[in-house]
Write a protein that binds this ligand. Structure first.
Ligand code: BGC
Length: 723
């Protein structure tokens, strides 16, 4: 598609240095007629921030967005008619390295290599529609100028930002025209990054060195906004971090080579400082160089904003745990679903979203956001059908066919289909998924695969052998793709894939069981086997018994699941109706448990169950993020089981209401899209309610019927013995 009719690609001095400064481009225009509306189409190899007459022209950040730049460069459109005036107008565009040539895409390349390119550039067309019906196009071209100096000497996702208000552009040079990208320009309609919440300071205290620590109350991804005046030449330093050192200063060791730091040199005048080309992962910031009182707040940034699910129960710690999942999802949804927002990663690690996707889609309306990501996943596949470990793919050597990571496309397509009931999603990705299954066939040896680089990553006891994990995921792929073939109406293919599934299961059973029990004794292995239905039914009771032994006796209801099984444990235990065990796991506060981080003050989901140890010390900073949603992937259970909203037809066009009341809770209240459910113990009886906009099967001990949309309630006596 032709996006621009007249625009040229522009660059300034084109510095490709490590700290390439953002560059400011300016053009003055005179509009002689009254403006009806105007649209500014912008694209960049890098990030752009457009201004008109000194005012920000976009509420969106990090335009035009992050795609697989090796193949597609995004174009965004913003409406700017309200900013244009009759007469003289000043257009300004600042361009920064961002994901294209910032440190995130060059830091891991040896020998100065880069993933996409070395210098940033941009193109744009402002189309002005006049009241008289005529229109005018103002393209980026050689008539734009760039300034020799910028107040930002660097602004980078990993390195942070340095801003000097004393810098005044002195000279302007004609912008340089550079070749347009060879890659396809693509329209980009996925939700952009925006401010989704403003957080006021909860507490500000002074440190021994004279700096101040500010607590915003919640571990977010975003930026601080500081309005103040400071003396000319005064350096103001704002260091962001997730937790505090014992002396009240901000802990930054776990950011690794990311700085989390903005440095601002003041000029004696009043300014409101907020970075535009970087963000930080933080709950706290430490400010030096300014005196109290200071006007500071934080802005929570995310591409997701529309909540679809809500959960509340009688236990405030569990409510906090649920809120922590929401917080980590928001903070890890800036342009792509990422692992964490603070350290030198912030990458689309596929294992994390592979397991989190179901919870993600209950929480937020995510169709466009995740489908956009899937296009990047497909575009990053290699010719063998394999996927990298993270997408967009911006580092060398990350193809590995890794179980649980490279499976993300399959899990995501499947859940997106289930949540939105749209077969086109299956059709669109079926070719890539079929190639993935073929790749799995090619890289297996008599139905056994061993590509599991990370095992059940971050499990307290990551002892499941790679062959077990990889073969389990291979079988799951065969079964899921058989189901997909069935939905798409290809019975022959469905049968063929079911034969494959059965063959893998047979070899799996032979290899990993003795006398009807799994040979691997931990929590992860039986969860994989039962969740993916890999064993003959006659084995289930014994395998469940071993799982319960590990949970109840060996670990006293502590959890030892990792990234891949934390999203499955409650589903498995619920399927076998182990209510009491679930209740005890859920309410357990000993380390490692779901509530242990909450007890330690967590406001987001941690990468490790014991990110802060019992003695208050921090786990190894080499890998200790306090904002990773993967271990929050059990969150779907709150809706499906606790709230009893079970999908009966894709797209929730029909549901079952089958609550799973735990004796450990007094009540549970859930909302999802237009459905609300509630239950509460009344002595030994259960009072329940559902308000449903779709046909619903009521599955309660004394009531089993299908009802039309409406509000229903009742009291059930039949639960107590089952708890
Ligand atoms: C990331 C993870 C990711 C993992 C792969 C980590 O460094 O932060 O979330 O899935 O590597 O093992």
């Amino acid at each position: 598609m032709e996006f621009f009719s007249q625009a040229s690609w522009l660059s300034g001095c084109g510095s490709s240095s490590e700290f390439a400064p953002p560059e400011l481009f300016v053009k003055r225009i005179v509009l002689k007629k009254s403006v009806k509306s105007a649209v500014w189409k912008l694209s960049a190899r890098g990030l752009v921030s457009p201004y008109i007459n000194g005012k920000a022209a976009a509420v969106e950040l990090f335009l035009p967005g992050w795609t697989d730049y090796r193949k597609r460069i995004p174009v965004r459109e913003i409406s700017v008619g309200h900013l244009l005036e009759n007469g003289e107008n000043t257009l300004e565009v600042t361009v920064a390295p961002g994901w294209y040539c910032g440190w995130i895409s060059r830091g891991n390349y040896p020998g100065g290599k880069v993933a996409y390119g070395r210098t940033h550039s941009w193109a744009g067309e402002l189309t002005v529609a006049y009241a008289d019906g005529s229109q005018e196009i103002i393209p980026s071209d050689g008539s734009w100028c760039y300034s020799d100096k910028n107040i930002l000497s660097y602004s980078d996702f990993y390195r942070g930002e340095r801003c000097d208000y004393n810098v005044v552009p002195e000279k302007f040079f004609p912008a340089k025209t550079v070749p347009a990208p060879e890659q396809e320009l693509c329209r980009y309609d996925a939700p952009p990054v925006r401010v989704v919440e403003v957080l006021e300071a909860q507490e500000i205290f002074r440190n021994a060195d004279g700096s101040y620590t500010v607590d915003f109350g919640k571990n977010i991804a975003g930026r601080t906004v500081l309005s103040c005046t400071a003396a000319k030449g005064q350096e103001v330093k704002i260091v962001h971090g997730e937790v505090l050192n014992p002396d009240g200063s901000v802990y930054t060791a776990n950011l690794r080579s990311a700085t989390g730091t903005s440095i601002v040199i003041w000029d004696g005048k009043e300014h409101t400082y907020r970075p535009e080309f970087t963000y930080y992962g933080f709950r706290y910031c430490q400010i030096s160089g300014v005196e109290m009182p200071m006007d500071i707040h934080a802005e929570f940034l995310s591409s997701l904003s529309e909540r679809e699910g809500f959960f509340e129960c009688s236990d405030s710690a569990i409510n906090q745990l649920y809120d922590n999942i929401i917080c980590s999802q928001l903070g890890n949804s800036l342009e792509i679903p990422s692992d964490c927002p603070q350290r030198n990663e912030r990458l689309g690690w596929m294992g994390d979203i592979q397991i989190f996707i179901k919870t993600a889609l209950y929480n937020f309306a995510g169709r466009e956001f995740y489908l956009k990501y899937l296009d990047d996943v497909v575009s990053c596949a290699n010719e063998k059908g394999d996927f990298p470990l993270f997408v967009p793919f911006n580092r060398p050597e990350v193809f590995a066919g890794t179980a649980g990571w490279s499976d993300a496309l399959l899990s995501m397509v499947w859940e997106l289909y289930r949540f939105y009931g749209d077969k086109e999603i299956l059709e669109r990705y079926h070719p890539a998924l079929s190639s993935w299954l073929e790749f799995l066939n090619q890289t297996s040896d008599n139905f056994i695969r061993n590509a599991s680089r990370f095992g059940d990553w971050c499990a307290f006891d990551n002892s499941t052998p790679p062959e077990f994990v990889a073969t389990a995921f291979y079988a799951r792929a065969a079964k899921m793709l058989a189901d997909i073939a069935g939905i798409l109406g290809d019975e022959a293919l469905q049968k063929q894939r079911m034969v494959l599934f059965n063959n893998i299961c047979k070899v799996f059973t032979d290899k990993f069981t003795i006398n009807g029990r799994l040979i691997v004794k931990n929590q992860s292995a039986p969860i994989f086997a039962l969740a993916f239905e890999l064993l003959p039914e006659s084995f289930h009771a014994a395998v469940l018994e071993d799982l319960l032994y590990d949970i109840e006796i060996r670990r006293q209801h502590c959890i030892s699941t990792g990234f891949l099984t934390t999203g499955l444990i409650f589903d498995v235990l619920s399927k076998f109706n182990c209510r009491d065990t679930i209740g005890r796991i859920l309410l357990n506060k000993k380390c490692p448990s779901l509530l242990y981080p909450v007890l330690k003050g967590a406001t987001s989901i941690w990468e490790h169950w014991d990110g802060i140890r019992e003695d208050g010390s921090f786990a190894d900073p080499a890998m200790n993020s306090f904002n990773h949603y993967a271990l929050g992937s059990f969150g779907s259970w709150f809706y499906e089981y606790a709230g009893g909203i079970r999908m009966a037809e894709a797209g929730f066009r029909k549901i079952r209401f089958e609550p799973f009341p735990l004796r450990q809770l007094d009540f549970v209240k859930v909302k999802f899209r237009g459905i609300s459910t509630f239950w509460q113990w009344r002595g030994d009886d259960l009072y329940w309610e559902i308000d449903t906009p779709v046909e619903t099967e009521l599955v309660l001990p004394e009531r089993n019927e299908t009802v039309i949309p409406g509000r229903y309630c009742g009291v059930s006596k039949g639960y107590i013995n089952k708890c």
